[in-house]
Design a protein around this ligand. Structure first.
Ligand code: ATP
Length: 434
């Protein structure tokens, strides 16, 4: 984990936020490689959940939201974690995440003490004021999940899209939770991005769609390169269920500190639509003109976090192997997820090679995210690309000027192949398998 945090910072994936001021309370900024990878994670999700389906449409709802939404959804009352104070060292903790000793007593991770205050519910929503006056009428909340934006737009979407259950709305965006104990790098932060699908289904089909989505989502991680033995599905015990759920299963990943949640899949029933219908006085149901049927759909929700997913991909991809008797660090990232798909590398920075190298770069930029590097010896540049997970390097050498061909080097096997420049785009795209 330490090595990964070091690499993330040194290579420009993730920086501690406000570092020049000593950092700011478990917040992070994404650097040049981090934004590329984050975007790829979101694109891969969007492709799977929206582009490759006909029954799912996109949404982008507001982050600043009306208190009425959170009152109706039950979040004002129920979106809490149990807060305890350690009486010995005064640190605050989430009671359900504290370790216990052999007698089942909670133990303070800071001082080892076991003397805690009674647990009290702490609401995780960030409250703010809209406009210049800070009074109760100006209260707004930063959304703690994107889901409610789907529910309050249910009627709008139905009116514009002619959809029939099962259908879904998909959204990627920031959510905010005033977590009591953020930590484990970007695993738990107070500001984070979620990728959520709300899948509206006929009520009697909900259990089968719940199973369907558990399976689909597990397969997605596996297809993008997470080894099977590093992910698992963990059904929630009854006591663990959120106030809106009758069944939840977490997709968990084997993080260096143990199994941790990547994504939650919940059967939210008709809880949210009914709650908003009751509070707003609007009709939030599906009417089938063919059968005359009218009902409030159940909702199956796969909800994933961008940063946790990115972290899991990085951890699963991180490998140290040996090439020509030398140790190398390599991120074996799936080409869809890697920050760059191709690095264009002129063998020398002598002027003679640069015009052709620029031509090659311009050829490849429309089909792949390309890095261009003319610094240092070629071996060092290959190592850098291995370390940031670039699947292919394209090297332009002095022979290229005569034979109009370049060398493609594969990150994983380090095999090299000479390819004519006029077939390069095809050679690169076929190797990237998309
Ligand atoms: P946890 O039990 O870890 O607090 P949760 O069950 O409350 O998470 P959900 O409400 O199911 O989380 O949110 C869906 C996803 O959003 C999570 O699986 C996770 O990937 C992401 N997520 C939730 N809270 C955070 C956070 N504080 N920081 C980063 N990602 C988060």
């Amino acid at each position: 984990m330490e090595e990964l945090v070091r690499l993330a910072k040194a290579r420009g994936f993730v920086f501690p936020s406000a570092e020049i001021y000593g950092g700011f309370r478990s917040t992070y900024d994404y650097g040049p490689l981090g934004v590329l990878m984050e975007r790829n994670v979101k694109d891969a999700w969007w492709r799977e959940m929206v582009q490759l389906r006909q029954e799912v449409v996109g949404l982008d709802a507001a982050i600043l939201s009306s208190p009425k939404i959170w009152e109706a959804s039950g979040h004002l009352q129920n979106f809490t974690d149990p807060l305890v104070d350690c009486r010995t060292c005064k640190q605050r903790w989430r009671a359900d995440q504290l370790p216990t000793d052999d007698d089942g007593q909670l133990v303070c991770p800071n001082c080892g003490g076991s003397d805690f205050t009674e647990a009290r519910p702490f609401n995780l929503m960030f409250k703010t004021f809209v406009g210049p006056v800070e009074d109760e009428g100006a209260v707004a909340y930063l959304r703690p999940e994107t889901a409610q934006g789907h529910f309050v737009n249910f009627a709008n979407v139905l009116q514009t899209e002619h959809l029939r259950p099962p259908f879904g709305t998909a959204q990627i965006g920031k959510s905010f939770r005033n977590e009591i104990t953020p930590g484990n790098f970007v695993f738990r932060t107070r500001e984070f991005e979620q990728m959520e699908l709300e899948y509206f289904v006929p009520p009697d089909e909900a259990p089968q769609w719940f199973d369907y989505w558990c399976n689909e989502r597990l397969e997605w991680y596996a297809r993008l390169g997470i080894p099977r033995d590093m992910i698992r599905l963990r059904p929630h015990e009854k006591e663990e269920l959120s106030h809106y759920s009758v069944a939840t299963a977490d997709i968990e990943f084997a993080f260096p500190w143990g199994w941790g949640e990547l994504e939650g899949i919940a059967n939210r029933t008709d809880y949210d639509l009914k709650a908003h219908a009751a509070a707003s006085g609007q009709t939030l149901e599906y009417f089938d003109p063919a059968t005359g049927e009218r009902y409030v759909p159940y909702v199956i929700e796969p909800a994933a976090g961008v940063a946790r997913t990115m972290m899991a991909f990085l951890i699963a991809a991180y490998t140290v192997d040996e090439v020509a008797g030398e140790e190398r660090t390599v991120l074996r990232l799936h080409p869809r997820i890697a920050p760059y798909q191709v690095a264009v590398l002129p063998l020398s920075k002598k002027d003679t090679l640069l015009p052709l190298s620029q031509e090659v770069l311009k050829l490849l930029q429309p089909v792949a995210m390309c890095d261009y590097d003319i610094t240092r010896a070629i071996g060092r540049r290959y190592r850098r690309q291995d370390e940031i997970g670039t699947p292919l390097c394209v090297t332009i050498d002095f022979d290229s000027l005569d034979d109009k061909a370049v060398t493609i080097r594969d990150r994983d096997s380090t095999a090299q192949e000479r390819v004519p420049i006029d077939r390069l785009v095809e050679a690169v795209t076929s190797r990237l398998a998309w």
